[in-house]
Design a protein around this ligand. Structure first.
Ligand SMILES: [Zn+2]
Length: 213
């Protein structure tokens, strides 16, 4: 049985995604003190939420499901597919283990070279725009099994790690858009924020469909 089948069979259900405008998305998340069974289950359900959303995500951070904790899940690589021979050490190490959860992730080095690539976010549905970020990073994190990793990551993985760690610091990708791109998406953002304000208070409900529209 693959890890994915295991997770699908075991996790109880998807979690409700918070949409921008919700204050939890703007809070700095707390470190995970210990990987308890509750943290493990949260990670499993986050993976399920990421993969079974109407728009499949490549990453998800705990604040996006209403938990202000430094926990992220990543699914930038399909382990059934071969890695590119030019893949970074991080992609080589983590790609075959995906989807996977990382505890207390941090970036300890950013490459001076940057690139602008279009991003989207499950918490900012139907909005996309180019974000300039360092092309490579050195990630330090722990796995659910207590293994500590420190590895250089490139490609989509490097971008996704930066995007998800931003969530842990209360930052959304729309904050990093150039002024003209932010102005372009401003009407969509204010609509989402008004909707989030109306739904405030219903954040602990679980098992409903992702609020992707
Ligand atoms: Zn996001």
């Amino acid at each position: 049985m693959s890890l994915l089948e295991y997770i699908k069979g075991r996790a109880r259900g998807r979690l409700r995604l918070l949409v921008c405008g919700h204050p939890t998305l703007r809070r700095r998340a707390e470190p995970v003190a210990a990987v308890t069974p509750e943290i493990r289950e949260l990670a499993e359900r986050m993976i399920r939420t990421m993969l079974e959303n109407d728009v499949v995500g490549v990453g998800l951070a705990a604040p996006q499901v209403g938990r202000s904790l430094r926990l992220i899940v990543l699914g930038t690589h399909d382990p059934e597919r071969p890695l590119s021979p030019t893949a970074s050490p991080g992609e080589m190490l983590l790609g075959p283990r995906m989807p996977l959860a990382l505890v207390n992730p941090e970036v300890v080095w950013f490459s001076p070279e940057t690139e602008a690539v279009s991003e989207g976010c499950l918490s900012v549905p139907e909005v996309a725009g180019p974000v300039e970020r360092p092309k490579r990073v050195i990630l330090r994190a722990a796995t659910l099994d207590g293994e500590t990793l420190q590895v250089e990551c490139g490609g989509l993985l490097a971008r996704c790690i930066q995007h998800e760690i931003d969530h842990l610091d209360g930052i959304l990708f729309i904050d990093r858009l150039r002024d003209e791109d932010r102005a372009r998406v401003a009407p969509q953002i204010s609509l989402l924020e008004r909707r989030a304000a109306r739904h405030a208070g219903a954040v602990s409900a679980e098992g409903g469909p992702g609020s992707g529209a």
